[in-house]
Ligand binder design. Structure first.
Ligand SMILES: [Zn+2]
Length: 406
């Protein structure tokens, strides 16, 4: 991923890409924030009604982290990558699982999509998309051993943790009987050393979304590097502000916010710091840029007392012993609580706004058409006039020549 911290851009790849990405982000920010608003703010006490029903199992998720790490690096096109995909297809019997293979710039990669559609469904049914990359980085450019920087990493946290949380969510979501659609998206080729850096899987997915799919997507939430035993979450930019505003009450109710009481009445500890925002370019950016409310739940300070983009990140130290079942459960339960409480569903008022936006869009298109036809008719007049003038000139010249010769 590409990233920026405290105004300084950090990049393992190309500064130009960051600038371009920033331009893309700033252009689309107004689209994603005006068209979508979610059920926010709402009361923590309402969310607590769902607290006792939470079933996300951090131990099971951690077992998947260990299993994925045991496969070796999950590089695009590798056997390990294929084994992961086969496992998803075999285990998600209640989901509609499909594989999506692409080749871009000679790199072949495969996204995994799993759909769970409610019984009452039409083209406007709202959708929540939960996303994690399952590939692992093909180099370890930050490793202290210079002889090993060209070797791929195991990616227990950077890869397996988010992928495992999605698998555990896949296990528990069908029993929730949600009234909206959930899509699980495991992206490939998020973390490959490539200049300029590309989020191949997320970009390919975004490129296939229809306008209707964009409008019915209430939330697109990326889970990346969420297994660090020393879990520290912050706001991440770019990201949808309205969607971020739903995270605070969810985190507070789970005891993840310092000096705020949780659902059991206990005082929270500092896991989610809503007052800090770190710039990270990740799999959420492609969706955000096409107008989908998207955020990235990521702990970019990997390891005890690690600085942002420091610690074990992109080193051979990114191994399963650094990942904790408790951290996986903390983030997993946050997402589960958001799903169960309907925290991300667009309100009726919001949908009216979207319809109004669509109407004004139609009007704009009609206006554009009128302008276009006006332009065409004025152009036609100019062309016809020019032809007549040329003809007249030709006749005049012929007449002059005839007069001279006669
Ligand atoms: Zn990475």
């Amino acid at each position: 991923m590409l990233m920026s911290d405290a105004g300084n851009f950090y990049t393992s790849h190309s500064f130009a890409t960051v600038v371009i990405a920033m331009l893309l982000c700033s252009c689309s920010a107004s689209i994603s924030q005006s068209a979508h608003a979610v059920n926010s703010p709402y009361e923590v006490v309402e969310i607590c009604g769902y607290f006792d029903g939470l079933t996300f199992n951090g131990t099971l998720a951690n077992q998947s982290v260990q299993w994925q790490s045991g496969l070796g690096p999950r590089l695009p096109g590798s056997n390990a990558s294929e084994l992961f995909r086969n496992s998803v297809a075999e285990n998600l019997t209640e989901w509609n699982v499909s594989m999506h293979e692409y080749t871009v710039d000679n790199l072949t990669f495969t996204n995994i999509e799993a759909l769970l559609t409610p019984t009452v469904f039409d083209v406007d049914t709202q959708r929540v998309v939960l996303v994690a990359h399952y590939d692992t980085r093909n180099i370890a450019e930050r490793d202290s051993d210079e002889n090993r920087t060209n070797e791929p990493i195991i990616g227990a946290n950077d890869g397996a943790s988010g992928a495992a949380a999605l698998l555990e969510l896949a296990r528990i979501i069908p029993a929730m009987s949600l009234e909206y659609e959930v899509e699980l998206l495991w992206t490939d080729a998020e973390d490959q050393n490539y200049t300029p850096h590309r989020f191949f899987g997320a970009e390919a997915w975004a490129g296939e979304q229809s306008q209707q799919d964009i409008e019915r997507t209430a939330a697109y939430i990326v889970l990346d590097m969420i297994g660090d035993a020393d879990l520290q979450l912050t706001d991440i930019w770019p990201g949808d502000e309205a969607l971020w505003s739903t995270i605070s009450p969810l985190a507070q109710s789970l005891g993840m916010v310092e000096n705020q009481t949780d659902c059991s009445g206990a005082m929270g500890v500092k896991i989610y710091d809503q007052n800090t925002s770190i710039g990270v370019f990740d799999d959420h950016v492609a969706a955000y840029n096409i107008g989908i409310p998207a955020i990235d739940l990521i702990d970019i300070r990997y390891g005890p007392n690690a600085s942002a983009f420091g610690g074990y990140w992109h080193t051979h130290e990114d191994t399963p012993d650094k990942v904790s079942a408790d951290s996986l459960a903390t983030v997993g339960r946050l997402v589960e609580l958001g799903l169960r409480s309907g925290a991300w569903m667009m309100t009726n008022a919001t949908q009216d706004d979207i319809e109004e936006d669509n109407n004004s869009l139609d009007e704009t298109l009609i206006l554009d058409d009128e302008e276009t036809s006006k332009n065409y008719s004025s152009k036609s007049i100019i062309v016809v006039s020019s032809i007549i003038l040329l003809l007249l000139l030709k006749i005049y010249l012929r007449l002059s020549i005839w007069k001279k010769s006669s």
